[in-house]
Design a protein around this ligand. Structure first.
Ligand SMILES: [Zn+2]
Length: 330
């Protein structure tokens, strides 16, 4: 199989349901010789095609950098970013995913997603123990929350021969293997196992109704949660929440559009003031978060969050700024 066909195949497999990737947040890669094809930042997985949505990177220098002692890099995050961008082969219009580092150190074929069913467990204190029980017959790694970029990539490089299944707390899942078939089979098996264990049938469900240009009304059964718990969005539960929604939400009883996400408390309507692609990403992330909250509140679990200093770091990252801006204008 040609490398680009392989990348398209795994990207489609990951993009199959927004329950796995909300707002195009996941990413995929495929290595062929010294080249790695990786999803470009700002594209949804289902936009990866033979002509768009991916970047080619000469990846061995990235691996060498991550195998080094951290102390040898004065500014690890900036240095890795620069190194990755220097390794782009050919067209430099688009940047590779911000998570390129960990893709480089893993097996031939890597699929990274943010499955809701995994995040039900990864966003609570009790979830890690439950995950270990569910996967007690398999080799898995569960990493604490680490900033996407150098620190997450370094932790994955430090796993050495990393198990095929890696869970990231308050973030998502990575699976990898020698072949397209093996990686897709592993991903499907993980999701199926979790769906069965948690009796999870959830998916992303909502309606986006265009009211006027770039104003969409969001309708969903789970929307009540955000009206009854307005403090919910002031905490961050996974990186994409910070990137896609962040603090750009507002509660008021006037219906005035103050920011991207507007909750009108006088009539219970929610209006998203953004281009369609951004509105879709916001709605998908809100839906994922609602399911994570409802599950953990019902279980009486202790929710874990992304620390504020990490949120600031994520929002300050050049790559994320780029991705945010790109999602906004496309
Ligand atoms: Zn991610």
């Amino acid at each position: 199989m040609e490398a680009i066909q392989a990348l398209i195949k795994i990207s489609q497999a990951a993009a199959i349901a927004p329950a796995l990737t909300q707002g195009g947040g996941g990413n995929t890669s495929y290595k062929n010789g010294n080249e790695m094809l990786i999803k470009a930042s700002g594209f949804r997985l289902d936009e990866v095609s033979a002509t768009a949505g991916f970047v080619k990177v000469n990846y061995p220098p990235v691996v060498d950098c991550l195998r080094k002692d951290t102390n040898q890099l004065p500014l690890p995050d900036a240095d890795l970013k620069q190194l990755v961008n220097d390794q782009i082969i050919g067209d430099k219009t688009f940047l590779p995913s911000m998570e390129t580092g960990f893709h480089a150190v893993l097996n031939t074929c890597v699929i990274h997603t943010h499955p809701i069913v995994a995040n039900l467990l990864l966003c609570s204190a009790e979830g890690e123990h439950q995950l270990k029980n569910i996967f007690n017959d398999e080799a898995i790694a569960i990493l604490p929350f680490l900033n996407p970029g150098y620190y997450l990539s370094k932790a994955i490089a430090d796993l050495g021969q990393a198990p095929a299944i890696i869970f990231l707390k308050n973030h998502g899942l990575i699976v990898h293997g020698e072949t397209v078939e093996a990686s897709i089979a592993t991903q499907n098996a993980v999701i199926e196992k979790l769906n069965t264990a948690l009796d999870f049938k959830g998916d992303i469900q909502f309606e986006l109704k265009e009211k006027k240009a770039q104003v969409f009304e969001l309708k969903a059964t789970w929307l009540d949660l955000y009206f009854s718990q307005p403090s919910l969005l002031s905490k961050t539960y996974f990186p994409d929440q910070a990137v896609v929604i962040g603090q750009q939400f507002n509660y008021s009883n006037s219906g005035v559009l103050k920011t991207k996400l507007n909750f009108n408390t006088s009539n219970g309507t929610c209006l998203i003031n953004a281009p369609y692609k951004t509105a879709l990403a916001i709605a998908e992330n809100l839906s994922a978060l609602a399911q994570i909250m409802l599950y953990n509140q019902a279980q009486d679990n202790t929710q874990t969050t992304v620390p504020d200093q990490d949120v600031a770091y994520i929002l300050g990252m050049d790559m994320e700024k780029y991705r945010q801006a790109f999602l906004g204008i496309k």
